[in-house]
Design a protein around this ligand. Structure first.
Ligand SMILES: [Zn+2]
Length: 187
């Protein structure tokens, strides 16, 4: 689960970075260390930077770390190196929050689906079967004003069947409710 989520966030590189964060969860690790460790591990196996001579850029790792950070899956603290004046970033994972984050996402999707279903239940449109163009449709008030006659051909305006859409949304709502998250760590 964690693996798939990392992959969705930033592909293979996120999985590699995630692995480093897990390996060093009890020690300090900088983005530079992470880059070096991954380089060492993937030597000759995988090439994240095909256009470059370097096999993996520090920048790519940093970008990935910031993506994890923005998804609330990683945290950092920075310390100024007294000799160089540069900041050093120490990173750690917050993968324990994954379940919570996924539940939040699930709730959000559930709400969107229900809103959409509600909309489909309360709103329907009228179309002309003679013209057969599903993009030309009229709200109830419009259809009423037109006496349920198509202004193009004079054919009858009929309520558009949205049963299929409603059924689809209902199924999605149930599917979403059934989704559960089991967090398993693998290395
Ligand atoms: Zn018509």
């Amino acid at each position: 689960m964690l693996r798939s989520f990392l992959y969705i966030i930033s592909g293979d590189i996120a999985i590699e970075v995630g692995r480093e964060l897990l390996n060093f969860e009890n020690e300090d690790i900088t983005d530079e260390d992470i880059t070096e460790n991954i380089k060492e591990r993937i030597k000759g196996k995988k090439d994240f930077e095909p256009d470059d001579e370097e096999i993996l850029k520090l920048n790519t790792v940093r970008k990935t770390l910031y993506k994890l950070y923005s998804e609330k899956l990683a945290q950092f603290r920075r310390i100024r190196d007294k000799s160089t004046g540069w900041f050093i970033y120490y990173w750690w994972h917050e993968f324990d929050l994954l379940e919570e984050i996924l539940l939040e996402k699930k709730k959000l999707i559930q709400r969107k689906l229900r809103d959409r279903l509600e909309f489909e239940r309360e709103n329907y449109f009228f179309i002309c079967e003679e013209c057969g163009d599903p993009n030309i449709k009229y709200a109830f008030e419009q259809a009423f004003e037109l006496n349920f006659r198509c202004p193009e051909c004079g054919g009858e305006l009929k309520a558009q069947d949205n049963e299929v859409i409603k059924k689809f949304l209902k199924d999605k709502v149930i599917q979403n409710q059934k989704t559960s998250f089991m967090i398993d760590r693998e290395d």
